[in-house]
Ligand binder design. Structure first.
Ligand SMILES: O=C(O)COP(=O)(O)O
Ligand SMILES: [Mg+2]
Length: 243
């Protein structure tokens, strides 16, 4: 902290950390368990291209890193070079298959919709920042009743950069009209983006990270959305008193 200038209001009042006014949620592995539908779509594209299928575990390991991570993994499994034209063709086939039916088995995690409603009722602004294609994100959020529950959505193709770049997260906060945000995510991509954006970050233990989620280094870790307010406060992040 510099010794000059105006001290933040919270320091003057002794009120602890300034109250958060916006929560930015990641989508896949955080709000929605999407792996079954992603696996179905990518395997349809792989089958059509004569390539071996990915297991759900292999798919899970790539979700969160957006763009072409999944099809690159599939090409690596097949021992093929990831030539740009082959990556692009496979990515297009995968997204077309996914867009046909974004939600067959995907489900909102228990307690997530209730938490979004409670946060909104407490006056918080809500945003989703995902690395997922916009072509899938909109229909998926609508089908699962999430589209009307948030104020802003930033997808993997909204900006030229994706998480872990802080740009999309900061853009989501700006679109939601917030000033002081925190993030909720499930992979290193979210934690890195939040750190680079200088936002506190909470991770969910049930998402698509490899191994122990504590190793992602979040400010707090939750195993259940019901624990969100307590976990956030115990990390020193200030939430509106009504929560
Ligand atoms: O990798 C993706 O396509 C999306 O993942 P995210 O919603 O966890 O950012
Ligand atoms: Mg994720």
């Amino acid at each position: 902290m510099s010794g000059t200038g105006t001290a933040p209001a919270a320091l003057l009042t002794g009120g602890g950390a300034p109250t958060v006014d916006t929560v930015v949620f990641d989508l896949d592995g955080t709000l929605v368990d999407t792996v079954p539908d992603i696996a179905r779509a990518v395997n349809r594209a792989l089958r059509a291209a004569g390539l071996p299928a990915l297991t759900r575990a292999e798919v899970r390991g790539q979700v969160g890193f957006g763009g072409t991570a999944l099809v690159r993994r599939a090409l690596a499994k097949a021992g093929r070079d990831a030539r740009p034209e082959q990556v692009a063709a496979l990515q297009e086939a995968y997204l077309s298959a996914y867009a046909e039916e974004p939600v067959r088995e995907s489900a909102v995690y228990p307690g997530a919709a209730r938490l979004l409603d409670a946060l909104r009722a407490a006056g918080l602004r809500l945003a989703v920042c995902t690395n997922k294609s916009g072509r899938i994100t909109g229909p998926l959020m609508t089908a699962l009743g999430l589209a009307t529950r948030v104020d802003a959505v930033v997808t993997g193709d909204t900006l030229p950069v994706r998480k872990p770049d802080p740009g999309p997260v900061l853009h989501a906060v700006e679109l939601a009209g917030g000033k002081r945000a925190m993030m909720v995510g499930d992979t290193l991509s979210d934690v890195r983006a939040a750190r680079a954006a200088e936002l506190p970050v909470v991770c969910v233990s049930f998402g698509y990270h490899e191994g122990d989620a504590a190793r992602l280094g979040p400010d707090a870790l939750i195993t259940d959305y019901a624990d969100f307010p307590a976990a956030v406060r115990s990390a020193g992040i200030s939430l509106p008193a009504v929560l």
